[in-house]
Write a protein that binds this ligand. Sequence first.
Ligand SMILES: Nc1ncnc2c1ncn2[C@@H]1O[C@H](COP(=O)(O)OP(=O)(O)O)[C@@H](O)[C@H]1O
Ligand SMILES: N[C@@H](CC(=O)OP(=O)(O)O)C(=O)O
Length: 448
Amino acid sequence: MKVVKFGGTSLASAEQIKKVFQIVTSDSMRKVVVVSAPGKRTKDDSKVTDLLIACANGYIQGDGESYLDQVLERFEEIIRELDVDVMEQIRADLYEVVQGDKSDPAAYMDAVKASGEDNCAKIVAAYFRKQGVKAQYINPGVAGLIVTNDPGNAQVLPQSYDHLYKLRQEDGVLIVPGFFGYSESGRVVTFSRGGSDITGSILANGMKATIYENFTDVDAVYAVNPNFISKPAEIKELTYQEMRELSYAGFAVFHDEALIPAFRAGIPVHIKNTNNPQAPGTKIMHTRQHTNGPVIGIASDTGFCSINVSKYLMNREVGFGRRLLHILEDEGISYEHTPSGIDDISVIVRQQQLNEEIEARVVARITDELAVDSVAVERNLAMIMLVGEGMRSNVGTMARAAIALANAGVNIEMINQGSSEVSMMFGVKEEEEKKAVCALYEAFFLVV
Ligand SMILES: Nc1ncnc2c1ncn2[C@@H]1O[C@H](COP(=O)(O)OP(=O)(O)O)[C@@H](O)[C@H]1O
Ligand SMILES: N[C@@H](CC(=O)OP(=O)(O)O)C(=O)O
């Protein structure tokens, strides 16, 4: 039995939903279909989830109607072209959701956001039935997908897996909305953005699927972001660890938290293209053939800052690192990396966590509580991650990368390598991100 997830681009229009139908019905093993909310039809279009967020914010402030109209228009167009009779049900549902209790804005936001996936699943189920296929909409709460009560950032609770196993008894194709579950007290709570991938993985684990197929709008996971380089090398196979590193570091094609449920159950993940289902796609599993060089992919992301701390004889001060990280913990800031030297240490954090006020407080606390010689915050950094299991057995990968960056005239602000030796990170200024990624891609994928 296969669990199949379709992303927003695969549900953006009636035409796309017809492709989804063809793909699902072409393989009788495809039993569970997880859907996102309709995504962008063109580059400049809006995702329904983004419209719903604007809508919820509008209603919280007293006026969200224009966004609600846009959401209704998107659904109306799809429903009209699919010729299914669900518009009144969906209109009533959306009106009820936006009129809901706003006393807890985060909970209200989640209820509105989730309605994109929820209503999309109802439309898809109706279309399958209209085509004569036995299909039913499954509500995640009724199915027992229970999550933590952390709005916009839910985590699955372990009892969900046993509940979901029972879905195996259901007849026909099951259409499940992605992106949200229910808290123990029965409230809708969403995963972080892009979280329908997580729903698919949880269902694959709970229902003991043989494979989790994730359909998107690209033929494969590419070795580098296709928005930087046109037609980059396609990756045929990846290990779970490689994909987790790459998606965390910026490969937006698959949510980084979505691998864990599939990984725990040993279920392979297969990324495929809805617009070209014949393409082989990318398989993610425990081990892979090592046919490439040391690097399998290069990911990057912007929006980081580095808190650089220096203190003479830091190396002899027992507990310095713990006390430094404790200050960040106290301020509710999570960190990404901590490259260090003898008398200095840098802590890399996502800079959206550090507004001016928090920065001033953190700097003052580090200065006072740790009696450091200097502390400075460097903003607008990009982190570039080279990933590949082959690095473990290859000598000179770091040198090759550093030479490529030097030849491109890119200054390396920092370097970090984890003990697993599966990834290597370079920090550069944001404006150098693309140049750096292109230089590294050339060095590892184009030069033989
Ligand atoms: N390394 C990569 N390989 C493939 N796609 C990538 C990569 N990095 C970023 N992307 C982007 O991810 C997009 C697919 O993810 P997403 O937009 O979330 O799709 P979906 O709507 O199917 O969930 C691609 O269109 C591509 O622009
Ligand atoms: N619709 C949600 C969840 C999701 O997974 O979407 P997509 O499959 O389009 O990345 C979002 O935009 O965050």
